[in-house]
Each structure stands twice: as structure tokens, then as C-alpha cells.
Design a protein around this ligand. Structure first.
Ligand code: T5A
Ligand code: NA
Length: 214
């Protein structure tokens, strides 16, 4: 098996994108496909709503509670930090991690609120494991709308989502990160194939490179 060779780490692969771009679907398909091809791979998602911090976030997103905007931003970040020891351990042991949303969701969403400075928004995630590959799933709003209406969670409005999308494109200008834009309006299988090919390449490129930091 590819991941079992001593000293070779797994890759950190992140999926980002607008609402209903298909991140969760593609994350699941990617983990399955990598395993089939003999890689060790596991999925992870943020927010991880099952931890104590995650439950506070879940309740906020479901609008069962209100939290001050800086506070919820820091909780989203803390929800990533609490997974870091496990993530590092898994990557070190050769497991590739496929992550459904990461720090870029945190920055894109909070920085679209009134009176938030981009620099401030990035600080809480500085030092997190740096992704070897960030797949940005791009869908046009009409295609996303055809996949079902918005739910009732916080942030699920056209106005806010459009702002978030613009912010993602600004974040993608950071060339120190390995962003790849995927046309996620295509059929699920085609999107999957593109993602799988880029991911296999990232796994090969990452295996003898040190894990970076955001
Ligand atoms: N947030 C998150 C922050 O503010 N700060 C943070 O730090 C973080 C991490 C939670 C919210 O929290 C915010 C961002 C979010 O507002 P979530 O729980 O990840 O985010 O969001 P969800 O609402 O679960 O996920 P999305 O709505 O973004 O959807 P996905 O995962 O992009 O899409 P998916 O895979 O569920 O697919 C949606 C539908 O489309 C179909 C699927 O079958 C499904 O029905 N579909 C396709 N149909 C046709 N063709 C394709 N290619 C398709 N792919 C999927
Ligand atoms: Na999702």
C-alpha cells in the first residue's frame, strides 16, 4: 500500500467552495476512490459539530443561539486547532486527509461581516497545518440554486454568499498556497475525476516534503 512506506507522510487536501458546490459529496467520493487505489485516506470536516466547541457552533449555525461575531470566529478556529494533534499524527503515519472546509471558510465568511479586517480574520488560524492542495469547487449561482434552495442556517442568503464568493477569489490570489479551481457545475463523475487526478499528484508531491504551516 502506498502510504505504508516508512517516513512518507500523507497529504492534506482541502475542499472549499460556495454553498451546494458539492464539497461534502466530492470529499466522500475522493476518500473512497483513494482507498480503492490503495492509499490510506480519511475524511474530516469543519465545523466538526460533535465536539463541545462544535456543539456551540452547531447551535449558532442553526440559530438556536447568538454569539458575538469575533467569538464565533474564534470558536470556528478553535474547532480546527482541537483536531491538530490528531491530524498531524495521521499525516505523519502516512494517512492522506481529505478536509471538507478549513481555515479559508473561516476567513471568507467572517471577513464579509461588517467591520471585519481581513488581517485580523486570518490570525487565529496562523500556524495550522498547511494544505498541500486546496480544491475550490466553483459553480455558478443558477446551477447551485437548481440543486435545492437554501436551508434555514445562518449565512444561507444570496446576498451573503455572493460576498463570500468574491472574498474566496481574493484569497486565491495568495500564490504561497496551492489553489486549484474545479468546474463543479459538471456531472458528479467528471468533477470527481478531476479532483482525483489532482489529489493523486498532490499525494506524490507531498510525500517527501515537510508539512507546512499556515
Ligand atoms: N463556516 C464554516 C464559517 O463561517 N466559518 C468556518 O470556519 C467554517 C469551517 C457550515 C457553515 O459554516 C460556515 C460556512 C457554512 O455556512 P457546512 O456544514 O459545511 O457549513 O455547509 P453545508 O451547508 O453542509 O454544505 P454546503 O451547503 O456548502 O454543501 P456542499 O457540501 O458544498 O454540497 P453537497 O455535497 O452537500 O451537495 C449539495 C447538493 O447538490 C447535489 C448533492 O447531491 C446535494 O443534493 N450535488 C450535485 N448535483 C448535481 N451535480 C453535481 N455535480 C452535484 N454535486 C452535488
Ligand atoms: Na457540506
Amino acid at each position: 500500500r502506498h502510504g505504508d512506506m516508512a517516513g512518507l507522510r500523507g497529504a492534506l487536501i482541502v475542499l472549499e467552495g460556495a454553498d451546494r458546490a458539492g464539497k461534502s459529496t466530492q470529499a466522500r467520493l475522493l476518500v473512497e476512490a483513494l482507498k480503492e487505489r490503495g492509499y490510506r485516506a480519511e475524511g474530516l470536516r469543519f465545523p466538526e459539530r460533535t465536539t463541545e466547541i462544535g456543539q456551540l457552533i452547531g447551535s449558532y449555525l442553526e440559530k438556536k443561539s447568538d454569539l458575538e461575531d469575533h467569538t464565533i470566529h474564534l470558536l470556528f478556529s478553535a474547532n480546527r486547532w482541537e483536531q491538530v494533534p490528531t491530524m498531524k499524527e495521521k499525516l505523519r503515519s502516512g494517512i492522506t486527509l481529505v478536509v471538507d472546509r478549513y481555515a479559508f471558510s473561516g476567513v471568507a465568511f467572517t471577513s464579509c461581516k461588517e467591520n471585519f479586517d481581513l488581517h485580523w480574520c486570518k490570525q487565529a488560524d496562523v500556524g495550522l497545518p498547511k494544505p498541500d492542495l486546496i480544491l475550490f469547487l466553483k459553480v455558478n449561482p443558477e446551477v447551485a440554486a437548481a440543486r435545492g434552495g437554501f436551508g434555514n442556517e445562518r449565512y444561507e442568503t444570496n446576498y451573503f454568499q455572493e460576498k463570500v464568493l468574491k472574498r474566496y477569489f481574493e484569497l486565491m490570489e495568495d500564490k504561497s498556497l496551492n489553489w486549484k479551481v474545479i468546474d463543479a457545475s459538471e456531472k458528479m463523475e467528471n468533477v470527481h475525476k478531476n479532483i482525483k487526478d489532482l489529489s493523486e499528484k498532490a499525494i506524490q508531491d507531498a510525500k517527501d516534503q515537510p508539512l507546512g504551516k499556515l
